[in-house]
Each structure stands twice: as C-alpha cells, then as structure tokens.
Design a binder for this molecule. Structure first.
Ligand code: IFM
Length: 467
C-alpha cells in the first residue's frame, strides 16, 4: 500500500513548541522483535518460536531466530541510543530466557544478559525502562492453557520477582505487560498472533488473567521495593461513524468496552463495567472472574503507558460478521482507513491521540501518563548516498508530538514519549516486511544506519521540543 505525505507545502509551517522540563524522551523495542539468539544460553522456546515456524502464520516464514542480533550487538545499539541523546530506553525481558519452562528453575545466563544491558545503559546515562512481558510466553505455559489458564497469572508474578531481584537495584521503572489487548484478542480471538487460537471464550479468559497477572506482579514488585510500577495499554480510540446515530454510538460503546474499559476499569477503578460483564456473560460463563480478583488488579499504578498509532471508526451494520479480535462484535463494521495511511495501512489522525489522552485524563484521573509507543512503518532504505530519507516518518512523529503537546495544554499529565521503534525489527505476523525503526537495519549484514528521522529526533530531544 502506498502511503501519502501528510502535509503539503501550501500549509503554513507549524509553530515551535517546547515540552515541560523533565519530559522523558525515549525509544522502545521488545525482546522477540530484536534479540535473536533464540536458542542460546539456555533460552527456552516461546509461543512466537512455535507460531513463526507454523506454515502460513508469519509473512514469508520469517522468524525471530536472528532478528537484529541485538543479543550480541547490544553495546553497539546502546552506543547508538547515546548518540541520539535518549534519556530512556524501553526494552522487554524474554520470560523464556529467565525461566525456560515458564516456572521452576531460573536460567542465570538469561538474567546475565539483561544485567549487562542495564549496566551498559546506565553507563551511558540512559534510564532502563523494563517491560516484563511483551508477548513471548514460554511454550510450556501455553501447553498448559496459556493465558486462558489462571495459573499463568500466578507464574507471571513469580517470574516478575525473579527479574526484580536481579535488576531491582538499578532499574527504576517496571512495566508489567505490553498491550494485553493484543495478547488476549489477537492471540486467542482472531489468532493472527501467537498462539493462534480462535476462541472468544478463551479471549475473555485471557484478558482477565492478564489483568490478574498484572495485579499479582504489581503487588509482588511493590512489596519487594519497586517504586515506579506501570502497565502499557494500546487503547482503541474508537468513535461512532455518525455520532447522531444512536446505533453507531452503541456500537462504539461496545467496542470501547471490549477493547478499553475491560482493562482500564479494573486497573484504575477496581471494577469491571457492568455492560462488559454482561457482554462476557453472553459469550461464556464468567465465573473465571473470582471474588477478590478486581481488588488485586486495582494495585496502585505510578504511571500508565499508552501506545497509539491509529484511530477507529465504527458503525452498526446488521448482519456484519464483526471482528474476531473484538469478540461478540457481530453487527458492527469498522470503517476502512480514510486519507493518509502508513505502510501498515493504518490511518494517520494525530488529533485522535489528543482525544484519547484527554479522555483517559477525564475518566481515569490521577495517574500520570507516558506515551510508551508511537511511530510509523514506512519502507524507505538507504539511497545511493547511503542516507535513509524517511520524511513521512518525521511528519508522522512531528504531528503526534504536537498532538501530545495539545493534550498537555488541556491539562493532561503526560510525562514522556517513546518512539516505536529504535530500529527496524520483526513486526510479528508481518515478519521483517514492515519497518518501524528510526534506525535502519540491513538484515543481511546487520549494519545499522540512522534514518533522517533518527537525526531529526536527536534534535527534538536536544531542544526538548519542535521547531
Ligand atoms: O511492533 C509492535 C509492538 O510490538 C507493539 N505495539 C505495536 C507495534 C507496531 O505494530
């Protein structure tokens, strides 16, 4: 899909803006997407190893076996981060490196890797922001039911403590889960992500057990002395196609419940919304939500991570099959993207980010927010002069930073921004076909080249704002 440039020369240049003092500037990655070394130093198999080897699941049969070889090149990558002036780096820990079977014996060599990475970051003045789970569930746990099994939540809390015991003296910020919506609904609803299950009941069980896993881990981390605890969600900024049509408004509310409030409400208000509980009960027996679970999930949060890429618009359409990754959404249709899109065919609409942030601030006040991912896939690689001219990515990030600034102006307590991604990497079911990096990776030579967006981002960080 060809993307369109988002601004035209006919428009006046936007005004310069400055972010608050102390605003965090970072970049993010995830273990399976960059590390490689899939069978090294005692790492066990994850659901993504299995899924990517299953014919037809991942573009061109790509796997994370080698990825960006970051496991061996982490020092070079940290040097790049330092060159960009990053204040923070968000990475995830691969659970199967730490506990190859998901529970039981600890693989010290796995912990050693994150120890080395953490020290390298700190030596360069970059704050490590650790995500404990970014989708690479140990395969053994999936064999026992994965996130549809309550025991996985209990195992996660144990694993969180193991990692904290080793890194807690140097890592300040602990994020439990990345985008539980994806783990639950893409993993067990539509099955386009590992483990590739299509079962709406399991999707809801997974969503609840992910919430519970967060709550159990947050409690355990807090009692072990962690002071900055977070979770990262990817809320769906959903709006009715026709706000004057009550059926469209109802459709948007249903999607908002299944995608957003099922996470936000127990996390921040200590209760599942009644309409969401009724919706789950129409699909499956909800007794997997036990008395006391909501109180566990409602563990105090110090910061809420928000990942944002694109908006959604929905309408009521009797007879529409619905979307498997929004279980029970029959009779609802998502509008195809309108206007400029990225290489993922994701609509570009920065104002939706402002709307999302102000909504979260209004409905769930009191928790500081952080953009833990935002960015765009575009295919540009090195030209004849070796430079990567990715103007569209610059325009995308520039426009979304302005949207963040608009939210700040409306009183949203936004503390920082992490670009997704530091470097091109394994984009899940899309394999290496989609490039989100501000640093280009040649997967044959493993050479890294700063794209123009990385050089531009360095200037944004230096001036703490936009021209
Ligand atoms: O690459 C992913 C990341 O792992 C999670 N958030 C969305 C990104 C782009 O699809």
């Amino acid at each position: 899909m060809t993307a369109t440039v988002t601004t035209t020369s006919a428009q006046p240049a936007p005004a310069g803006i400055t972010f608050p003092d102390g605003f965090v500037w970072g970049a993010a990655t995830a273990s399976y997407q960059i590390e490689g070394a899939a069978r090294e130093d005692g790492r066990g198999p994850s659901i993504w190893d299995t899924f990517s080897r299953t014919p037809g699941k991942v573009h061109a049969g790509h796997t994370g076996d080698v990825a960006c070889d970051h496991y061996h090149r982490y020092a070079e990558d940290v040097a790049l981060m330092a060159d960009l002036g990053l204040g923070a780096y968000r990475f995830s820990v691969a659970w199967p490196r730490i506990q190859p079977d998901g529970t039981g014996p600890v693989n010290v060599r796995g912990l050693d890797f994150y120890d080395r990475l953490t020290d390298e970051l700190l030596a360069k003045g970059i704050n490590p922001v650790v995500t404990l789970y970014h989708w690479d569930l140990p395969q053994t746990l999936e064999d026992r039911g994965g996130w549809a099994n309550r025991e996985t939540a209990e195992a996660f809390a144990e694993y969180a403590q193991i990692v904290h015991r080793r890194l807690g003296d140097r890592v300040a910020t602990w994020t439990t889960l990345n985008e539980p919506w994806c783990s639950a609904y893409l993993g067990y609803g539509s099955g386009i992500h590992a483990p590739g299950v299509q079962d709406p009941a399991k999707a809801f069980q997974a969503a609840h057990h992910l919430n519970l896993a967060h709550g159990l881990a947050a409690r355990a981390l807090r009692s072990a002395g962690a002071q900055n605890i977070s979770i990262t969600l990817n809320p769906c900024q959903v709006a009715p196609l026709d706000p004057a049509n009550p059926a469209d408004v109802d459709a948007a509310r249903l999607i908002d419940g299944v995608a957003n409030r099922i996470f936000f409400d127990p996390l921040l208000l200590g209760k599942y919304p009644s309409d969401v509980l009724e919706h789950i009960a129409r699909i499956t027996d909800p007794s997997f939500i036990r008395d006391g679970d909501e109180a566990i999930i409602n563990a105090p949060l110090d910061v809420l991570g928000i990942n944002f890429y694109t908006p959604s618009y929905v309408r009521a359409l009797p007879g529409a099959p619905g979307a498997l990754d929004y279980p029970g959404s029959q009779g609802i249709a998502f509008r195809p993207p309108v206007g400029p899109v990225t290489d993922m065919n994701w609509q570009i609409e920065p104002a939706s980010l402002t709307r999302l942030l102000t909504r979260i601030h209004r409905d769930y006040p009191g928790t500081p927010l952080m953009i833990t991912e935002n960015g765009a896939a575009y295919p540009e690689g090195p030209g004849e002069n070796g430079e990567v001219q990715d103007l569209r990515r610059i325009e995308y990030i520039d426009a979304h930073l302005r949207a963040c600034h608009d939210a700040l102006a409306e009183g949203v307590d936004l503390r920082g921004y992490f670009a997704w991604s530091l470097m091109d990497n394994f984009e899940w079911a899309e394999g290496y076909a989609k490039r989100f990096g501000i640093v280009h990776v040649d997967y044959t030579t493993q050479q890294r080249v700063l794209k123009d967006s990385a050089k531009w981002y360095r200037e944004v960080i230096r001036r703490n704002g936009l021209e």
